[in-house]
Design a protein. Structure first.
Ligand SMILES: Nc1ncnc2c1ncn2[C@@H]1O[C@H](COP(=O)(O)OP(=O)(O)OP(=O)(O)O)[C@@H](O)[C@H]1O
Ligand SMILES: [Mg+2]
Length: 253
């Protein structure tokens, strides 16, 4: 059974063409599915439906075989621990008035996932996994660079030991060299914690580097879906060819 499956997903906002139109894909455990498409193609709308943050107009999201729609609040709360999201803007996602230690500890406290006495050690462990050290704990988000802030977001996303992480353009606001470092971190963490990723991006090289399979989105519709190597070497759709042509080859790692 795939860890995540979306079936005939539709999201229609009033007075506009559907933002997401009949999209179906699945993600196996331990796999990275790249969701790629230009701005406005519906990527974040899919991410929000997968996270249960917005309701689909129709269609289903199944996490580990369980439909997310219509789930009782208690069950949803339980499920929330198993899926996390990291957003594009590494600053907006962090509360500027909170110290890093509290930001990373917050999900643990909310979900009562760690005894108070063990919090500091747990936060330290999470920061280390994301490539930061204990000196980060007492500082505030504005004292960090974009890449470091994204590391803080990643540490926080890891706190509840999720199975699936939705990465909604986590590298797009970063310089190419910093983005490559974070991409490498994501790969290492995937191995270390047996993570499954839905990796959203408009950059073909990044998707190519991280994803085993790719879904190409155009105006809310999935126009291509398959193996990364196959799609990148022989794209079927003219739209995919345009995406590939628009992004120069960059070396990562
Ligand atoms: N709450 C909303 N109300 C109305 N329309 C919306 C809403 N949210 C998104 N849309 C529309 O849905 C479409 C898809 O938006 P979405 O944010 O999913 O695109 P995206 O692929 O994530 O783009 P980007 O690469 O810029 O992040 C857009 O046309 C957008 O204007
Ligand atoms: Mg988006």
């Amino acid at each position: 059974m795939p860890l995540l499956e979306v079936r005939h997903l539709v999201k229609a906002y009033e007075g506009a063409a559907p933002a997401v139109n009949d999209v179906s894909f699945s993600i196996e455990r331990g796999e990275t599915l790249g969701l790629v498409g230009e701005s406005g193609s519906g990527k974040s709308t899919i991410a929000r439906m997968v996270m249960g943050l917005i309701e689909p107009t129709s269609g289903d999201v199944l996490f580990d075989g369980q439909p997310l729609t219509g789930l009782a609040p208690r069950k949803m709360r339980h499920l929330r621990r198993r899926l996390q999201i990291v957003f594009q803007d590494p600053y907006a996602a962090l509360n500027p008035r909170m110290r890093v230690a509290d930001i990373v500890a917050e999900p643990l406290i909310i979900h009562r996932a760690c005894p108070r006495a063990g919090l500091r050690a747990k936060v330290s462990e999470l920061l280390r996994a994301a490539g930061l050290d204990d000196s980060a704990m007492a500082r505030f988000p504005h004292e960090f660079s974009g890449g470091q802030r994204q590391r803080i977001n990643i540490a926080r996303a890891l706190a509840l030991r999720p199975e699936l992480i939705v990465l909604d353009e986590p590298l797009s606001a970063l310089d190419v060299s910093v983005a490559a470092q974070i991409a490498n971190l994501l790969r290492e963490l995937q191995r270390e914690f047996s993570l499954t990723y839905l990796f959203i991006s408009h950059s073909m090289p990044m998707v190519r580097y991280l994803a085993t399979r790719i879904a190409v989105l155009h105006n809310g519709r999935m126009v291509e879906y398959g193996d990364t190597a196959q799609i990148c070497s022989a794209p079927r759709e003219p739209y995919t060819q345009t995406l590939l042509a628009a992004t120069p080859e960059i070396r990562i790692g």
